[in-house]
Design a protein around this ligand. Structure first.
Ligand SMILES: Nc1nc2c(ncn2[C@@H]2O[C@H](COP(=O)(O)OP(=O)(O)OP(=O)(O)O)[C@@H](O)[C@H]2O)c(=O)[nH]1
Ligand SMILES: [Mg+2]
Length: 198
C-alpha cells in the first residue's frame, strides 16, 4: 500500500497509525518502506515509529531499490510505503514519484488529503496527482474542521473509495475505517470530531 499526497497532510503519521494497528492488533507481519528522502529528518520520523513498533523500515532512493525492498519483504503480510509530500504543482516531483511507484505492483494507492483544505484546492490537488493511479482516499485532520462536505465532493469527483479518516495526532488511536453512516452524519452536520469530544 502506497501513500501519496501534498506536504504535511499526515501521510507519515497515518502510516504509523495503520502499521501499529495491523501489527499489534491484527498480528500481521508489517514492513515499512520510505521514499521520502527529500526533507531532513523525514526518515528519522518514520524510523522512530518503526523502532517503537519493532517493524522493519527500508529507505529507498531509486525504482531499483524499491524493487529490492519489496523482494526483502516477500514473506510479509502488509507493506506500507511512505512518500515525500509534494506541492501538487511540482510536476517534476510527481513524475518522479510515478516512476518509483510504477516499479512495483501495488494493491492499493492512497491519495492522502486533509479535510482542512479548501474544496477548490482539493480538486486542483486531485487533478495534479491524477497522472498517478490511485484507488483509495485517506482523509486526515477531521478534528480540525466542522465542515465535512469536502469528503462527499472528493468521493464523487475521484470515484475512489474513502477508506480511512484520521481524527487527531495520537498514534495509533486517531484513525478510523470510513463508515458510511458516520460519514453521512458528518456531512449532514449531525456530528463533529474534536469539539465536544470524539
Ligand atoms: N489534528 C490533526 N493533526 C494531524 C492528523 N494527522 C497528522 N497530523 C499532524 O500533521 C502534522 C504533519 O503530519 P505528517 O504525518 O508528518 O505529514 P506528512 O504528510 O507525512 O508530511 P510530509 O512528509 O512533510 O509531506 C503532524 O504534526 C501530525 O501530528 C490528524 O488527523 N489531526
Ligand atoms: Mg511524511
Amino acid at each position: 500500500m502506497a501513500f501519496i499526497g501534498p506536504t504535511g497532510v499526515g501521510k507519515t503519521t497515518s502510516i504509523a497509525k495503520l502499521a501499529a494497528n495491523f501489527a499489534l492488533y491484527e498480528n500481521r507481519r508489517v514492513g515499512l518502506i520510505t521514499a521520502d528522502t527529500y526533507r531532513i529528518a523525514a526518515v528519522e520520523q518514520l524510523k522512530t515509529y518503526a523502532e517503537i513498533m519493532e517493524v522493519p523500515l527500508e529507505v529507498i532512493y531509486t525504482p531499483d531499490e524499491m524493487k529490492r525492498a519489496l523482494d526483502l519483504y516477500e514473506s510479509f503480510d502488509t507493506i506500507l510505503i511512505d512518500t515525500a509530500g509534494t506541492s501538487s504543482r511540482n510536476k517534476m516531483q510527481i513524475n518522479e514519484l510515478k516512476n518509483l511507484l510504477e516499479a512495483i505492483p501495488l494493491t492499493d494507492t492512497f491519495l492522502v488529503l486533509s479535510a482542512t483544505t479548501r474544496n477548490k484546492d482539493l480538486i486542483e490537488v486531485i487533478d495534479n496527482y491524477s497522472i498517478i493511479k490511485t484507488n483509495r482516499i485517506l482523509f486526515t485532520k477531521l478534528d480540525e474542521t466542522s465542515t465535512y462536505g469536502c469528503l462527499l465532493n472528493v468521493i464523487n469527483y475521484t470515484n475512489n473509495a474513502l477508506s480511512y479518516i484520521t481524527i487527531g495526532q495520537s498514534v495509533p488511536e486517531d484513525i478510523e475505517e470510513a463508515d458510511p453512516d458516520r460519514i453521512a452524519s458528518l456531512v449532514l452536520g449531525e456530528y463533529a470530531y474534536g469539539r465536544s469530544g470524539k
